[in-house]
Design a protein around this ligand. Structure first.
Ligand SMILES: *Cc1c(COP(=O)(O)O)cnc(C)c1O
Length: 244
């Protein structure tokens, strides 16, 4: 390992340890077991060498938000991983066009951003053809008015219809919900609303127990409201170029 690689590894180790401490404190405050909370490190814009270093530091779950970058990074990471090291679980967390579904279905283990049935069907078909299954989360829009931000997500009023369609789609396993906190306003009330929707979903789909919420700036609020998956980028990897 070169000196530069060693320094980067130290930076990542420090970021990771800070984030894990934040999660542990948030869990203690919410009287939750940290083992219920999965940290998904969002590596978008950072190189495969960072992913390999993170895996070596014990990270099991990584997230990406663009198909083109992710497809290349998955391959590059596989090459970098030491023999015997198991590959991470790849989470696709970004908005997804239907024409990218076949690509994503080849490498992703989990897709967090399913917000319409046509997309779900395309993912399921591609996964089935590839001899795989995908775990999927339904992205809910917590923006008001819904959709105004262009960040995707199904309207809460349409959530249960979408869930029924996804549950009936071959190749997909419905695991739960995902949301991004609104840009304008505190995250707490939005995450509380998400928790309520997750309860409704679970009544009809017992296996749909995951809540993906919380990022670098609001992971404590997400843990307080029952998040099972946190998607954390910059707090682990440092700030990225504003382009995303
Ligand atoms: C980039 C991204 C994150 C991580 O954001 P940070 O603020 O860097 O932690 C989480 N979720 C989604 C959907 C993202 O695109």
């Amino acid at each position: 390992m070169s000196g530069q690689d060693g320094r980067r590894r130290d930076e990542l180790a420090a970021g990771l340890s800070q984030v894990r401490q934040r999660i542990d404190r948030a869990c203690a405050g919410a009287q939750r077991d940290p083992a219920e909370v999965t940290l998904v490190v969002v590596t978008k814009t950072f190189p495969a060498s960072d992913v390999a270093a993170l895996v070596d530091l014990g990270v099991r779950d990584v997230g990406e938000n663009r198909d083109q970058d992710a497809a290349a990074k998955v391959l590059a990471t596989d090459v970098l991983l030491a023999a015997g090291q198991s590959r991470p679980r790849w989470h696709f967390v970004g908005q997804l066009q239907r024409n990218k579904a076949a690509s994503v279905a080849r490498y992703a283990d989990v897709v967090h951003s399913v917000d319409r049935l046509a997309l779900a069907r395309a993912l399921g078909k591609a996964a089935h053809q590839a001899g795989r299954r995908l775990e999927v989360l339904l992205q809910v829009s917590l923006d008001d008015p819904q959709g105004a931000s262009g960040r995707g997500g199904v309207a809460p009023s349409e959530l249960l219809d979408l869930a029924a369609g996804v549950a009936g789609t071959e190749g997909l396993d419905l695991r739960g919900l995902m949301a991004v906190a609104p840009l304008d306003g505190p995250p707490g009330p939005a995450f509380a609303r998400l928790a309520g929707l997750a309860g409704q979903l679970r009544e009809q789909h017992q296996g749909a127990t995951w809540i993906s919420a919380g990022m670098s700036g609001d992971l404590e609020e997400a843990v307080a409201h029952g998040a099972t998956h946190l998607r954390v980028g910059s707090a682990v990897l440092g700030s990225r170029p504003s382009l995303r």
